[in-house]
Design a protein around this ligand. Structure first.
Ligand code: PHE
Length: 442
């Protein structure tokens, strides 16, 4: 099998690109708002530190060890474990709603050129009309998002994925830090800071706990083979544990920066932080329109940054399944990309329908729209579960002497990581899963 390799920086940027996505700029602020701020952020930071980073290192190690798609990698560890590699398909499930949201962003870029809503009710109406009535428009933008993503996946590791990230990631950081500097000059910056970093424990529930842990997997792109697949395409000379730390650092930094920007603007213009998934689509446009000329400019920059973050993550959600199909069934990259893309594109249409006023009820199960089912089953169930599998495989199945690469990279820290991967990470996640199923009460 001829393996295409990232350059060292290409690998770092692509992995940051995978981690930094809609999870950081769209989801992190709205779930933080919903669960009341500080305490939620603290739990999220603790999980990133004690569980997320350990599993990130483990996934990178597995990728470097297997040097192939997730299924082949698990097979190399032990042939009976190849089924675990099917976690590569979690990415396609995520793409069924992720691509729809990228489509919303495209729609908003387009509609904000024509003007921004001037009141919350107007903005709410626009968002509700988009998701409730405009099935065709959403399908059109979901299709556009799909075509862009597939174009870069079809380009392969070097000419597609690395190239995309080399341009978009630095641009994204410049835009976000530019907007952060601007928010810093506003009086409500302090209030936003307090909201994010002062823990109000009374607002915390066990549900918030699970969401925080689930989100730490989602945001670091864990538990679906993206990191395994990217790390399979890197030279052995790259220090993977150091890269894992860099990736986790930037991922967390960007989530916090996005949170600071969004809450500063919200508080400045007297909006509620608990607006749910519509936060960046309802509250933000109104705020930007109240700012006048600079607002239009900021709105466009913000949406473009959001789209860039989404696209660089999306390619990593599709690549694992594509690589698997290429390796297993001998398909060309082009055919594999079209096939995997069509699957999530098609199912994505039902996610769109599940929010619509006319078909929503039909495409809802147990009172939940399909869109939400795809979202919560991945981030609260499939990703953490796959994370436990990765922890157990690296912590118990792979022999200690095979871990030499990372033990020499990490030096003394290795034993702490090894304890974390064998005990802390799996036990913490299993506890939360049991709680999720109501077997134990946290
Ligand atoms: N980490 C991405 C985000 O925060 C989402 C993602 C999850 C990407 C899993 C790849 C794998 O938006």
């Amino acid at each position: 099998m001829n393996r295409e390799l990232f350059s060292k920086w290409g690998f770092i940027l692509a992995t940051i690109g995978s981690a930094v996505g809609l999870g950081n700029i769209w989801k992190f602020p709205y779930i933080t708002g919903e669960y009341g701020g500080g305490a939620f952020v603290l739990i999220y930071l603790i999980t990133i530190l004690f569980v997320g980073i350990s599993i990130l290192i483990a996934e990178m190690f597995l990728g470097n060890f297997g040097k192939s798609d997730p299924v082949t990698t698990f097979e190399k560890v032990n042939p009976s474990m190849r089924w675990f590699g099917l976690m590569a398909f979690n990415g396609l499930i995520i793409m069924t709603f992720y691509s729809v949201v990228i489509g919303w962003i495209f729609y908003y870029i387009y509609s904000s050129i024509n003007g921004l809503p001037t009141s919350v009710s107007e903005a709410e109406k626009e968002f509700k009309t988009l998701i409730g009535d405009s099935v065709a428009i959403q399908i059109a933008f979901h299709t556009l998002a799909t075509l862009i993503v597939l174009h870069f996946v079809n380009g392969g590791i070097k000419e597609g994925i690395e190239k995309l990230n080399r341009i978009l990631m630095p641009a994204l950081m410049v835009i976000l830090f530019g907007i952060l500097l601007y928010s810093f000059t506003l009086p409500s910056f302090g209030k936003a800071f307090e909201f994010l970093f002062y823990p109000h424990w009374e607002k915390l529930s066990s549900e918030a706990f699970i969401r925080a842990v689930g989100h730490s997997f989602f945001t670091l792109s864990l538990g679906m083979g993206a990191i395994i697949t990217y790390s399979a395409s890197v030279s052995d000379r790259v220090n993977i544990s150091k890269t894992a730390l860099i990736v986790a650092f930037f991922d967390t930094l960007i989530a916090l920066v996005a949170g600071l920007i969004i809450f500063t603007l919200l508080f400045q213009f007297g909006e509620e932080p608990s607006k749910g998934p519509g936060l960046v689509f309802i509250s933000m446009p109104v705020i930007f329109s109240q700012m006048g000329g600079v607002g239009y400019f900021l709105s466009l920059l913000f949406l473009i940054a959001l789209a860039m973050a989404g696209l660089t993550s999306a390619v990593s959600l599709v690549e694992p399944a594509v690589l698997y199909v290429i390796n297993r069934f001998g398909l060309t990259r082009f055919k594999a990309t079209i096939l995997m893309g069509s699957i999530y594109w098609f199912i994505g249409i039902f996610a769109i329908l599940s929010y619509s006023n006319s078909y929503g009820e039909f495409w809802s199960f147990f009172g939940k729209p399909l869109f939400d089912i795809f979202e919560t089953t991945t981030d609260s169930l499939l990703l953490p579960l796959s994370g436990v599998i990765i922890a157990v495989v690296v912590g118990y199945i792979i022999k200690r002497e095979n871990l030499n690469k990372i033990s020499s990279e990490m030096g003394g820290v290795f034993s702490i990581w090894y304890i974390s991967i064998r005990f802390i990470a799996p036990i913490a996640v299993i506890f939360l899963m049991l709680n999720l199923f109501g077997i134990i009460e946290l």
